[in-house]
Design a protein around this ligand. Structure first.
Ligand code: NDP
Length: 245
């Protein structure tokens, strides 16, 4: 069993999760990579190891409480402790409400809300026993404001913020357990690939020439929060591209 700081990252197969895994590994964290696409996780594990880091992976669907519990157990078995959980996996199939894309609403609720809850359920008993740990939940600027097409997505991201703040307040003050919300604006990733509403897609073409953030920018923010001394809890990081309203 290896000792040292460890982090579980969901949605590690692309975008923000992938960049965060690499960033934390470069800072000496042993990382456990979770997502559904195994080929991507294998590739990332190899890349982290080639750079001198330590990575394991476990194919995990965050919509399964059992799989999330097994993920936390895997981290304990491989690394002996869980310092950080980054609940990052998410979907954003934006649509106008009257399209009644109920299937997509269900998926967003399942991944964006229940996935975060199952992550918390998986690590909280372990962190309470350890008396330390850090849960970082990825919300969004869309968890602070609603725009046309974002009603359900924003609903899930507002929920992530509420759940995170409630959890933070309930932590036993004698425990060194921290909770952080990370709320990015537009980041260049694969996130928009799940949008099927043609009207939303058309409306997004008029965005102008705004330069989005890179996944690395969010990884840097997450690394900042986890690297703070134990008495500092970065409650939320709200981070936009300079040109985003
Ligand atoms: P990506 O689409 O690049 O990554 C999403 C990740 O979530 C993938 O690794 C995917 O892995 C994983 N995922 C999706 N469904 C599941 C599931 N059921 N079980 C496990 N993993 C799952 O998007 P981003 O990196 O941009 O998104 C990461 C987070 O950042 C999301 O929560 C998103 O809402 C949030 N965010 C992103 C913004 C942006 O502009 N990009 C802005 C604000 C917030 P796989 O398919 O392999 O399972």
């Amino acid at each position: 069993m290896t000792q040292g700081k460890t982090a579980i990252i969901t949605g590690a197969s692309s975008g923000i999760g992938q960049a965060t895994a690499k960033e934390l590994a470069s800072k000496g964290y042993q990382v456990l990579l979770a997502a559904r696409r195994e080929d991507r996780l294998i590739e990332l594990k190899k890349e982290i190891e080639a750079a001198g880091g330590t990575a394991e992976y476990k194919v995990t669907d965050v919509t399964s409480a059992e799989e999330m519990k097994a993920l936390a157990e895997e981290a304990l078995n491989k690394f002996g402790q869980i310092d950080v959980l980054v609940n990052n996996a998410g979907l954003m199939p934006l649509s106008f409400m009257n399209k009644l894309k109920i299937d997509e609403w269900d998926k967003m609720v399942d991944v964006n809300i229940k996935g975060v809850l199952y992550g918390i359920a998986a690590v909280l008993p372990i962190m309470e026993k350890q008396k330390f740990g850090h849960v970082l939940n990825v919300s969004s600027v869309a968890g602070h404001m609603v725009f046309k097409g974002s009603a359900v997505y924003s609903g899930t991201k507002y929920a992530v913020r509420a759940i995170s703040d409630g959890l933070r307040q309930e932590i036993d003050p004698s425990h060194e357990i921290r909770v952080t919300i990370v709320s990015p604006g537009a980041v260049q990733t694969e996130l928009t690939s799940t949008i099927t509403d043609e009207d939303v897609l058309a409306s997004m073409k008029d965005r102008g020439s705004m330069k989005p953030l890179e996944a690395q920018d969010i990884a840097n923010a997450i690394a900042y929060a986890v690297e703070q001394p134990a008495h500092v809890d970065v409650n939320e990081i709200l981070i936009r591209p300079r040109q985003q309203a």
